[in-house]
Design a protein around this ligand. Structure first.
Ligand SMILES: Cc1cc2nc3c(=O)[nH]c(=O)nc-3n(C[C@H](O)[C@H](O)[C@H](O)COP(=O)(O)OP(=O)(O)OC[C@H]3O[C@@H](n4cnc5c(N)ncnc54)[C@H](O)[C@@H]3O)c2cc1C
Length: 292
């Protein structure tokens, strides 16, 4: 990941490696704006080399035992710690079996070497418009648990990401866990990504439908097309109220491509992204409803 800056070295900083979450929170409470939390470091180190950020203190949370856990309880769902790597999630049998869109998004993110270091929580905290992690998580109604020395907050991922590189996190808070609800047995999900050989997707989408014969809940979430992840609520309503699913899929895809705020940038024009939204939506919904 390079933004073209000519630096290859890191700026000066003090490295901290706390052994417990409490110790990490105390360090963060002391240094606040002067500090940055480091999980995998994939994004953080690149940004520091580029001199986009220069924290005086880096607090490495990677070896904190309580943050290295993934737990699943039937009914309650998944709890993913902030030090769990994408590779660990990719190899988790529950995720593979029950959380198809999340599994597919992780599998398509970067490459095995990066997935061995990068964390899902770090991916969300990075909040770059093209990262993949937030898209399926929003489709599952996931929440981020955020902790300071004196407080714990639970924030929907859709609210946690406020804009490009902007998250709902105070300087003394750590994002500690992601909670993903247990999908009902009759739910199906998928994640699709369109890129042209680079790590920067031009458009991604996650679809999650509860009730595949008569839909009870529908989530259509898009990434890389806007400044933050977006849902297509009118398109969701078309699927929810459909009588003929084959026709509704095309109608919903058209609506999704019109209703979302879409950006134009060096990677793709607004028109092209709108076209991609339509194609991805048709493909995702056809696969979920098993229609040709
Ligand atoms: C070559 C390349 C290809 C890539 N391809 C993809 C791709 O296809 N799809 C994709 O989604 N991403 C991709 N990425 C981005 C990569 O996945 C993210 O940089 C990575 O997931 C960030 O996770 P991390 O654990 O390394 O976070 P870090 O680099 O440690 O942190 C990232 C940011 O989040 C903050 N942070 C991290 N954890 C916490 C926490 N627990 N609490 C508070 N703040 C925190 C840090 O302070 C920092 O600002 C790619 C990156 C590279 C270099």
């Amino acid at each position: 990941m390079s933004f073209g800056a000519p630096y290859f070295t890191l700026p000066e900083f003090t490295y901290h490696k706390p052994k417990t979450l409490k110790e990490a929170l105390e360090l963060l409470d002391t240094y606040r704006d002067e500090a940055k939390v480091m999980a995998g470091g994939v994004g953080l180190v690149a940004f520091m080399k580029e001199r986009l950020i220069s924290p005086s203190h880096v607090i490495d949370i990677k070896e904190i035992p309580e943050l290295k856990r993934v737990e699943y309880r039937e009914g309650a769902g998944l709890k993913i710690g902030a030090a769990v790597t994408l590779s660990e999630l990719e190899n988790n049998e529950i995720i593979k079996k029950k959380y198809t869109a999340l599994y597919q998004a992780i599998k398509k993110a970067a490459d095995p070497i990066i997935r061995n270091r990068a964390t899902l929580v770090g991916n969300i905290c990075e909040a770059l418009p093209w990262v993949d992690g937030p898209i399926p998580l929003i489709a599952y109604n996931a929440k981020v648990e955020v902790m300071s020395l004196n407080d714990v907050r639970l924030i929907p991922v859709s609210d946690f990401i406020k804009g490009p590189v902007e998250i709902d996190l105070a300087p003394n808070e750590i994002a500690t866990f992601i909670h993903v609800p247990d999908p009902p047995p009759e739910s199906k999900s998928t994640f699709l990504k369109f890129n042209t050989g680079s790590e920067f997707a031009l458009a991604t989408m996650a679809a999650h439908v509860v009730g595949s014969v008569k839909p009870k809940e529908v989530y259509l979430v898009y990434g890389a097309v806007s400044t933050k992840p977006v849902r297509a609520s009118e398109a969701e309503r078309i699927i929810l109220t459909s009588e003929n699913i084959k026709e509704a899929i095309v109608e919903a895809a058209t609506k999704a491509s019109q209703e979302i705020d879409v950006v134009s940038d060096v990677l793709a024009s607004e028109d092209y992204r709108r076209h991609l939204i339509k194609v991805l939506t048709i493909n995702a919904l056809k696969s979920i409803f098993e229609v040709s």
